[in-house]
Structure formats: C-alpha cells, structure tokens
Ligand binder design. Structure first.
Ligand SMILES: [Mg+2]
Length: 359
C-alpha cells in the first residue's frame, strides 16, 4: 500500500511572554505531519524549525512538504527502523533537518501501529521517567529568582539559566544568591550564553562564573571560532557545552572533525535542529567514543515531538538531566500523556487528544 502524507501549519500560543536570547516569544509556528498507509492507522510527526536558528527556518517549508507528499506516495511503509531513517533522509535531504526528523517520527509511529509509540520501551509504556532540568526564562532579576525558587519547590535538582544578555553583574548576583541558598550537592546549575561573550573577554567571565560552582556553560562564544572554542574547551574553569555549533553539520565525517578540533566536554543534542534520530545517534556515538558528555534537548516543539524525543532518550538509558521541560509552555499544546513531576518527565499512559488537529 502506498504511503500518504498530509500536513497542517499549527501555531502554538505561549502561556506567557517567553524571554529568550532571540527576543520575547509569544507564538511558535510548527507543521504537524500525518503519514498513513491508506487506512485509518496513521503516524504523526512535526517539523518545527526554530526561528533565526534552524537552517530550515525558511519560507518554502510548506512547498517542500508538498513535494515530500508527492514523493512519499511512490513508496510503501519501510519494514525496519534503518529503512525508515534511509527513506526520511532521502525525502528531506540535508537542507531540511526538521522535516527529516518529522518523517522519521511519523514513519516509526506508523510502523509501531500508530499509537504514538515511536520507541517501544518502559517510558512509552508509562513506566519510565527521565530527569530533566528546569528552565528559567529571561526577565527581571526578581522574576528570575522567583522562577528558580519555584523550580526547586517543584522538585527540580538541576536548573538552566541564560547568561550574557542582561547586565553581567546582575546575572552574577542571581547566581550568587542561588548558590548561597542551595549547595552544589542539592542543586546543579547549568548556564547558557548563546554566544554572548567575545573570545577576548570570555576567559575572564568564565573565571568569575566558576565561583558559583556551575555544571556547564553552553556556547560561551559565537559559532565557527574554532581555535578560540578549542582553547576555551581546554582551559575554561566552567565546562563548555556546544549547542549552536552543531547546527547545519550533516556528514558523519564533518561531525567527527568538529569534535576532534574543539574537544568539548559536552554537546547538546536537539533532534529538530540536527536532523532527527539517525543524525543524533551519530553525534552520540562519536561523543561516547571521545568521552564527550551529552544530553538531549527539545526545541519548543509541541507534545508530539516532546514525546518522540522523550521515548528516544529513554531508549538511550540516560542518567543525567535532559532538556525536556518544554511541554507546559503553550495554551493549545496537543493533549498528551506526558507529565512533569518532581523534576522528571514521565508518560502517564493517558490517551492523546488530537481533536485540535485538522488533518
Ligand atoms: Mg543553548
């Protein structure tokens, strides 16, 4: 039976004005895709490039989806995970990582019977749980402090906060306050600079940040400054994590070269930006070989992809904190069995409600 693909643009509405390094977000556009085998069983996926960051944040994404719909109708359902990855790669190409990820997810869902089981494991059966970090949105100092207190009260033992975009002294005040209140052993602090520091000032700032016992800092300087990033990875008193640096890299050999050149202590893996499961697995294998730490992170997708990334993460049997706390951001998120409790994401086994979709 030939495959059929339909898609729908879906606008996610934030419950609050979400302060990020790329401005304040109120809405997030995303494309939900549905792949069926000609009957009522279907798999769902989602292509949700991040504005100003994803290489496929472009105007012709719906044209590309239309082209994929025509192409996929010449194929029948792949028989294995490997075949799903190969077909998704061929259909989406290197220029549309979020579409490749959406196709992988929808096809695996369909392969597993169309019940939002992307990977059959404890998590998808409603038994497992994954530790996640609590995300602190940017805002005024008081607001950020109260967000942190709230997260700790909710049971989070790992907090992630942005640095480098407000007044640096104020950010240090926040970190100092948090460290006075919570010891290193009870609260892990991760920060993300989104490339805010110049290579010249980075070391001085990192030395100051190191006094707050931080777990890691994402992307202290902008991407493609390889020598500076390699030097910082070697000498920074706060462990460096690459995030944006991984975007747009497609070939396995390019990935290996980047990691060998920079030798970062950590890498952050966002399947929507990196091109899905297969590409993320390549990064993970390289990282494991090179003793580089890593964690998975969602990137403001709806619950369809948060579910997919969570099930994928559960398959990898991680023990460290993952960045999967983005499910509760939207008024009109797709109702799913995902739940965040005591700093963990779980799946309750409750049913999905897809009535808000029009596919
Ligand atoms: Mg980041």
């Amino acid at each position: 039976m030939a495959l059929a693909l339909t898609f729908q643009k879906y606008v996610l509405d934030f419950k609050f004005s979400a302060g990020t390094s790329r401005g304040v977000l109120k809405q997030k556009d995303t494309y939900i895709i549905k792949v069926s085998n000609g009957d009522h069983v279907f798999g769902l996926g989602e292509a949700g490039p991040l504005k100003g960051l994803s290489i496929d944040d472009r105007d012709d994404i719906s044209e590309k989806l239309e082209a994929v719909a025509i192409e996929i109708s010449k194929h029948s359902l792949p028989a294995s995970v490997e075949e799903v990855y190969t077909m998704s790669d061929q259909l989406a190409g290197r220029e549309f990582p979020s579409i490749r990820f959406a196709l992988e997810t929808a096809l695996l869902d369909l392969l597993n019977g169309g019940s939002r089981t992307i990977f059959d494991n404890d998590f998808s059966k409603g038994k497992g749980k994954i530790p996640i970090n609590g995300l602190v949105w940017m805002g005024h100092m008081e607001d950020m402090l109260s967000q942190i207190t709230q997260k700790v009260e909710q049971g989070f033992t790992c907090i992630k906060m942005k640095v480098g975009s407000l007044d640096f002294d104020k950010e240090c005040d926040i970190l100092e306050y948090v460290r006075k209140k919570y010891y290193k052993s009870e609260l892990i602090l991760r920060v993300d600079a989104n490339g805010a520091f110049s290579p010249e000032e980075a070391m001085e700032k990192l030395e100051r940040l190191s006094t707050y016992n931080l777990h890691s800092i994402e992307q202290p300087i902008k991407t493609k400054q390889y020598d500076s990033m390699a030097q910082l990875s070697k000498t920074s008193p706060v462990s460096i994590a690459l995030d944006e640096e991984l975007i747009g890299i497609y070939e396995l050999e390019e990935k290996r070269r980047l990691l060998e050149r920079i030798k970062p202590p950590y890498i952050i893996l966002k399947p929507t930006l990196l091109g899905g499961f297969k590409s993320t697995l390549e990064w993970i294998r390289l990282a494991n070989d090179m003793h580089i730490g890593w964690w998975l992170t969602s990137a403001l997708e709806s619950n369809i992809m948060l579910n997919a990334i969570s099930q994928f993460t559960a398959d990898l049997e991680v023990v460290n904190h993952q960045g999967l706390g983005t499910g509760q951001l939207y008024h009109n998120n797709i109702t799913s069995p995902l739940e965040i409790k005591n700093g963990y994401i779980t799946s309750t086994g409750q049913n999905w409600d897809l009535s808000m979709l029009d596919l």
